[in-house]
Each structure stands twice: as structure tokens, then as C-alpha cells.
Design a protein around this ligand. Structure first.
Ligand SMILES: NC(=O)C[C@H](N)C(=O)O
Length: 337
């Protein structure tokens, strides 16, 4: 019998309104939704998940948090749990239920380190578990279908959401409330009602080793360029303890006056700067001088390629937690981006 293991982490799919604890931070949130359901609750209350009678489903809660509360230690904890289960020979597929706010970060770390043939399928919901028409049960059912399907093995980490199955790499939450919040990854599968079509296979780089606990405290700041932005933000990041920085440039990866000098300052003091773009889609491409991307790369920045700033940050933190030299960092980042 096909076995799928589900890891619960919280998010809207596990949230209910008006729970005790809403407003616990004393910020006047009287009826804020709070992640509270265990994955066992979700499976038990979901006829959709129960409909998978042909599957042996096992569950585990790693945490029950809105994903906006996660830091790197929690992302590492979820990743380690997913990788442990993926490596078990008795497990055919792994599903992770996760808040959508930062799902792209956790799923990308899992994708980077998953060298097993067992795919880890992330899903969640945009409407809380106690709302009418919550999308959680349908998304969970579809994620189970993907995780159990042998055609989708060896794909690292995927996101199954609202009828679409896409790679974690490249994914980005692109809509705050729409039932399909994600954009950016490559589409590998599409649901026709309950039928799942395989439409593409992703190309993946070699797997990175799971970072050690130092990942949790490796600070990589994301700094955005905009008209009039101060290059001092980069220097401040370095002075206040960042081990690296990601510059989300304008356009193909540019920044205004002074940023190239700031990049050179950081890189010369051993703090790598990755150059990405604040534009939602498309790669960083060095085209412009006069402080643009050509000059930022010449100053020592490493191109993020197709990675958005937040996934670039995850790869940078994973590499920096292993204390590479600047040259090693550049080589590894360029290989795995
Ligand atoms: N739709 C969601 O899951 C959003 C939620 N705020 C979270 O990331 O936990």
C-alpha cells in the first residue's frame, strides 16, 4: 500500500477564528485567526483527505504556527523533519501543510536538500479551516494525490495548490487573498477535477547537504533598492551582524548612486552580497553601467540568476552557515542558484 506521511506546521489551513490566544500579544486583535489545529484534526475533519482510502496516511506535527512567525530555526526544523521522512524507505511521499506567507522559503530549502527520490509536496489554504468554502480540504487532497503518484517522484519539493502543481524553486506568493496565491515556479502538474496530469519534469541541481543548526542564526538581510534608497542600508546590515546581504535591485538588477561602493565595502570585508531584483518575474541580468548591474557585479556582488530575493536569501544562509570562503561562496551560489 502506498504510504504518504503528512507533516503539519500550521498556517491558515490549520487556523480558526476567535480561539483563546487570539490577541495574546495585546495588540488589539480580537478575532484574528490563529493556527491551532493539529494535522490529525485536519485529516480527521477532512472528508477529502479521508477519501484517499487506498493510501496509508501517517501524520506528525512539527509546529502549529502562522508562517509569518517562522524564523530560520523553524524553517530548518521543518526541513529536517521532511528530509528524515523522505529518506525512510517505507514512505512513498511526504506532504507538508504550511502557511502561505513564507511557504516559498521553507519549500525552497527542502528542494535544495532533498536528494531522495521521495518528493515533498507543500500545500496550505487561503481560507481558514472554520470558514465556509475553506480551500484547505481540497488542497490537502490534491497534495496527497501528488505525493502518492509515482510519476511525480524525484522532484525535490513541489507546491500543490488550487489545482496546480509547481516547483518550489522559483515560487513566490504573488496574491494575498486569491485561491491561487503562488506564481513563479514551473508548472509540473495540473488537476482536471480529480485527475492529475503530469505536464513537465523539473531540471534540478545536485542536492545540498542539510545545513547544521548554525543556519538558524545566520543572518542574511534583504535590502531593496528604490529611487533615493540609501546605500547605508547595506553598510548598516554588515555593521549590525549580517553575514551576508541580498540586494533586491530595480529592473534587471540595478541600484542608484553609491550602492556599488557599498557592495565593494561589504565584499572586501568578507560579507557576500547577492544581487537579485525587486521585479516579481524574470532573472537578474547585468546590462547597465553607471551604478547599474554591471557595476554592482564588478564590485563583487554575485548574481541571483532566476532566484527571487527571498529564495536567494535562503540559499545564501544555507551556504554561509558552512563558513565558506568568499570564493567558495561565489562558486557554490552560482552552481546552485
Ligand atoms: N494563507 C496563509 O496560510 C497565510 C497565513 N498568514 C500564514 O502564512 O500562516
Amino acid at each position: 500500500m502506498t504510504r504518504v506521511h503528512i507533516i503539519g506546521t500550521g498556517g491558515t489551513i490549520a487556523s480558526r477564528s476567535g480561539q483563546a490566544g487570539a490577541g495574546a500579544e495585546g495588540m488589539g486583535h480580537v478575532d484574528g485567526s490563529v493556527a491551532s489545529d493539529t494535522i490529525g484534526d485536519l485529516v480527521a475533519s477532512s472528508p477529502a483527505a479521508a477519501a484517499h482510502e487506498a493510501l496509508q496516511v501517517t501524520t506528525e506535527d512539527v509546529m502549529t504556527l502562522g508562517s509569518y512567525r517562522l524564523g530560520l530555526p523553524e524553517i530548518l526544523e521543518i526541513t529536517a523533519a521532511a528530509l528524515t521522512r523522505a529518506a525512510e524507505t517505507a514512505v512513498d511521499g511526504v506532504v507538508v501543510t504550511h502557511g502561505t506567507d513564507t511557504l516559498e522559503e521553507t519549500a525552497f530549502l527542502v528542494d535544495l536538500v532533498n536528494g531522495t527520490d521521495t518528493t515533498v509536496v507543500f500545500t496550505g489554504a487561503q481560507r481558514a479551516a472554520d470558514q465556509p468554502d475553506s480551500d484547505g480540504p481540497r488542497n490537502l487532497r490534491q497534495a496527497l494525490t501528488v505525493a502518492a503518484d509515482p510519476r511525480f517522484r524525484g522532484m525535490g519539493a513541489l507546491i500543490a495548490f488550487d489545482g496546480r502543481v509547481q516547483t518550489a524553486r522559483g515560487a513566490r506568493k504573488a496574491h494575498t487573498t486569491a485561491s491561487q496565491p503562488f506564481d513563479g515556479g514551473a508548472t509540473v502538474g495540473l488537476f482536471r477535477n480529480d485527475e492529475l496530469d503530469l505536464v513537465a519534469r523539473p531540471a534540478r541541481p545536485r542536492a545540498l547537504a542539510l545545513p547544521g543548526p548554525g543556519f538558524g542564526t545566520t543572518r542574511v538581510d534583504v535590502i531593496t533598492a528604490y529611487p533615493g534608497s540609501s546605500p547605508d542600508a547595506l553598510r548598516h546590515a554588515a555593521q549590525s551582524g549580517a553575514a551576508g546581504a541580498v540586494l533586491a535591485g530595480t529592473g534587471v538588477g540595478n541600484a542608484g548612486p553609491g550602492h556599488a561602493d557599498a557592495v565593494a565595502d561589504l565584499v572586501s570585508s568578507g560579507i557576500p552580497v547577492v544581487l537579485s531584483t525587486r521585479v516579481p518575474s524574470g532573472p537578474m541580468v547585468p546590462i547597465y553601467g553607471n551604478g547599474g548591474g554591471v557595476d554592482l557585479i564588478a564590485a563583487g556582488a554575485v548574481s541571483a540568476g532566476h532566484l527571487n530575493p527571498f529564495q536567494a536569501r535562503i540559499l545564501a544562509a544555507a551556504l554561509l552557515s558552512g563558513n565558506p570562503s568568499t570564493t567558495e561562496f561565489t562558486t557554490l551560489f552560482s552552481e546552485l542558484r
